[in-house]
Design a protein around this ligand. Sequence first.
Ligand code: NAI
Length: 296
Amino acid sequence: MTIRFDNRVAIVTGAGNGLGRAHALLLASRGAKVVVNDPGGARDGRGGDHAAADKVVAEIKAAGGQAVSNYDSVADKAGARNIVQTAVDAFGTLDIVVNNAGILRDKSFPNMTMEDFDFVVQVHFLGTAYVTHAAWPILRQKAYGRVVVTSSNSGIYGNFGQANYAGAKLALVGFVNALRLEGAKYNIMVNALAPVAGTRMTEDLMTPEVLAKMKPEFVSPMVAYLCSEQCQHSGDIWAAGAGYFSRIEYREGPGVRLGPQATVDDVAANIEKIADLSTTVRYRTSSEEVQAVLGG
Ligand code: NAI
């Protein structure tokens, strides 16, 4: 099977560096016309430099592909709309949105300012919502779309010093869960990626040997698959890094029916049974879970 993106138009946010750059290069090498979005700027989101996006566009064009730069911030509503408009103006439509832009403002929670909390949520969670919201009417109208959001094992499993980032990243899983249902009728597949890669975001956490095993381009095949016509999965979380690929999901244990009279002492006495996950179920909507709670 050869996966191609001929006649498909893709936006990759934060594509001037790291993972976004690798995703953009792979999509373009397989025929996609790509909007390379990146305002430039440092790892914490400060500053800006058009060279980040322009360099990647030049790389794509040098390899015979098609791409245009966009320098808007995903964290700005008008900017997000302009990213989508850039795709329409340059290539006439839009099929694929890879929400990848990200920043870090790590600190232990008591030392974290609420401004740094807000800004991380703004870029990761709201930025993804702004760009996807601007793109959605186009995808819905053409009854085709592939949307990827970039979550993180930090949100899924936890990481010290990242309450802002972890919260924003897991918010994206909720976002995907809802959009899976809304997009299904329109052939819009929405998935979350949990990548692991050596980039400027992680370079100070790893040795050069480990970084060499975790190149961003080792993650991109997963993203490209999720962006393909062949992909019929939606509402799932996919881990990728260092050549490893897997799926992550939430499951719920069998639970214990203590009855409506149950007291806090009953909960305490049964906590091990309540916590038991020896058998599990995957609910695909909140109402499925409510039915189970009601004993249906
Ligand atoms: P990176 O720092 O190399 O790339 C992030 C890019 O996003 C930068 O080029 C930056 O300029 C851009 N960006 C920042 N704010 C933006 C904004 N407001 N609008 C548009 N673009 C903006 O970092 P990396 O590692 O490539 O990160 C890519 C995504 O993957 C991020 O969402 C990150 O949180 C996520 N991630 C990365 C992991 C890793 O192991 N590298 C692990 C888990 C998640």
